[in-house]
Every structure is written in C-alpha cells, then in structure tokens.
Write a protein that binds this ligand. Structure first.
Ligand SMILES: [Fe+2]
Ligand SMILES: [Fe+2]
Length: 162
C-alpha cells in the first residue's frame, strides 16, 4: 500500500524536528563545555548523536516506502542558560514537546489505517518515554541540589559515564 502524501509530509516535518533537537543539544553541549562542566557536555553530545540517528531512522523509513526525503534547514538553537538546571529543564520540556509530535504522527497513521507507519512509530513512542525519564531524573537531582556547586560537580562526573 502506498504511503499518503500527508504522511510523507508529516514525517519530513519530523525529520526537521529531530535535526532541530540535535542542534539544541549540541548547543547545550557547547554551553556546558564553556562552563567547565565536561560531564554534562559529554552527555549532551551523546544526545546530539542520538537525535541525528532518530532523523536518519525516519529518512531510511521514507526511502523504504519509496517516498521523497526533503533535507531541512535547521533552526538556530539557544546559546546559553542561567545554569545546569535551566538547561536540563529546557531539555525535558523539549522532549515532552517531541513526544506530543510523535503522538500526532501516530494519530495520523491510525486515521489513515497506515499499519506500517504505526509499527515503525512504536519505536519512537518507547524512545520518547525513555528520553523523558532520563531528562526528568537529571532535573530532579539538580533541583534537589538547589545550585550547590559540590553536588553539581558530582552529578557532572556521573553524567560523564554515559
Ligand atoms: Fe528524537
Ligand atoms: Fe529526543
């Protein structure tokens, strides 16, 4: 069954959202590097790589369905943050936003009875749950520390092992 033009367009939009996500995290990585928080910079760099993989996975899917892929421009990400807590809060909020986008794709795939796309999207639904969990648990730790520098240093070292 041929994939619909609406579905192709929606997935191309999501490819842009994944590259935008990658850039947001790469910019956060640069911010942490500048702040001397190398562990957080490393964590965000890994996240950047994962987001590029999410985009590539959608690209591969469109190829598989014989659809046209449009490589998007990428939005300029925010450059700096007040502190680590503000950055991780922004990352968590961004993941919640991406989850809502993935759910809309699922809604569209269901309304079109596009079972192949529904099956492909299952991976993203699970991935979003994991990414929300990862970012929200870091937010919780930093909130608990309330800006304590020694504690932040310990969390930074912990995130270096990702
Ligand atoms: Fe993603
Ligand atoms: Fe993500």
């Amino acid at each position: 069954m041929k994939i619909s033009d609406a579905m192709v367009s929606a997935i191309n939009d999501q490819i842009k959202a994944e590259f935008d996500s990658a850039y947001i995290y790469l910019a956060m990585s640069a911010y942490f590097k500048d702040a001397g928080l190398d562990g957080m910079a490393h964590w965000m760099k890994k996240q950047y790589t994962e987001e590029v993989e999410h985009a590539e996975k959608f690209i591969a899917y469109l190829y598989e369905r014989g659809a046209r892929v449009i490589i998007p421009d990428v939005a300029k990400p925010k450059e700096s943050y007040t502190d680590a807590l503000e950055a991780f809060k922004a990352a968590y909020a961004h993941e919640q936003y991406v989850t809502s986008r993935i759910y809309k794709l699922v809604d569209l795939a269901i309304s079109e009875k596009d079972y192949a796309t529904q099956s492909m999207l299952k991976w993203y639904v699970d991935e979003q749950m994991e990414e929300e969990d990862n970012t929200s648990s870091i937010v919780a730790k930093l909130e608990y520390l309330g800006g304590d520098k020694h504690g932040t240093y310990i969390v930074d070292r912990e995130l270096a092992s990702r």
